[in-house]
Design a protein around this ligand. Structure first.
Ligand SMILES: NC(=O)c1ccc[n+]([C@@H]2O[C@H](COP(=O)([O-])OP(=O)(O)OC[C@H]3O[C@@H](n4cnc5c(N)ncnc54)[C@H](O)[C@@H]3O)[C@@H](O)[C@H]2O)c1
Length: 252
């Protein structure tokens, strides 16, 4: 998908993997709408890359539609990179013997899985109205996690949601095939983003050392490089790509 003269929506675009991707897509010629809950960070960052900030929750249809309106004011929406997501711990049986928190489970499924469906359906609807370029109307990249296959203890909601994202990838690509819109997913391993900021340097180094090769945390720009390639490569469709230095997460 060619990005020059087009607009792109990057959710979770103010931080981490989304910010690195926003920067790359802007450098490739797209007008990037940085959608995020974090208004302060997002406004400053969008200005820095010559894009537009949209304050929205990915689960809110009206707010996401407003962000898409903002994107289309700068050219047809040709790319979506959906990075917004959130972790959180839920056990099946708590230490005190009580059952795990159902409300928190629902909340994390809502953000990570329902939010993905919401953004994908609304972005694809806009892309479907584009004039095709070399047979393509648009390209969508979703973000899962290696937790989709190797969720660690406590990651039940996150792992369920990310497995749902992996599960929707092929069917979404099939669903949108006749419209000339591709859908792929990237499943990151452990990346050095603010999501890991709550851990000490020692824990972060330890996580990096568990990666077979290269034995370090992933850099956000390594995710962004792949996201750009997935958007640009017209033959890549319906696939989930692990980007993880060959790590396979242990139970804890
Ligand atoms: N960093 C990692 O090691 C790693 C590993 C596997 C998967 N992931 C996934 O990659 C994605 C990006 O993670 P990151 O590490 O860049 O995290 P991050 O915390 O740096 O960035 C996430 C951004 O999403 C935004 N956000 C969260 N909930 C939102 C919502 N409901 N609506 C709109 N914006 C929302 C946050 O404000 C934040 O700016 C997430 O989906 C995460 O699950 C990250």
């Amino acid at each position: 998908m060619h990005l020059t003269g087009a607009s792109a929506l990057v959710t979770g675009g103010a931080s981490g993997l989304g910010a690195a991707t926003s920067r790359r897509l802007a450098a490739a010629g797209a007008h990037v709408v940085v959608l995020d809950l974090n208004e302060e960070l997002g406004t400053e960052f969008a200005a820095e890359i010559g894009g537009t900030f949209a304050h929205a929750d990915v689960t809110d249809p009206a707010a996401v539609d407003a962000a898409l309106d903002a994107a289309e004011r700068h050219g047809p929406l040709r790319a979506l990179v959906h990075c917004a997501g959130k972790g959180g711990t839920v056990r099946l049986v708590n230490r005190d013997g009580s059952p795990g928190d159902l409300d928190l489970y629902r909340q994390l499924i809502d953000i990570n899985l329902v939010g993905t469906f919401n953004v994908l359906r609304l972005a694809a609807t806009r892309m479907a109205g584009n004039e095709p370029v070399d047979g393509e109307r648009g390209a969508c990249v979703l973000t899962a996690s290696v937790a989709a296959w190797e969720g660690q203890i406590g990651q039940i909601p996150y792992a369920s949601a990310k497995a749902g994202v992996v599960g929707m990838t092929l069917v979404a690509a099939r669903d949108l095939a006749t419209k000339g819109i591709r859908v792929n997913t990237i499943a990151p391993g452990v990346f050095d983003t603010p999501i890991l900021a709550r851990f000490s340097q020692e824990i972060r180094d330890g996580l990096g050392a568990q990666v077979p090769n290269p034995a370090r945390l992933g850099q956000p720009d390594e995710f962004a490089m792949l996201a750009q390639q997935v958007v640009e490569n017209p033959y890549l469709n319906g696939e989930t790509i692990r980007l993880d230095g060959a790590i396979r997460m242990s139970p804890r």
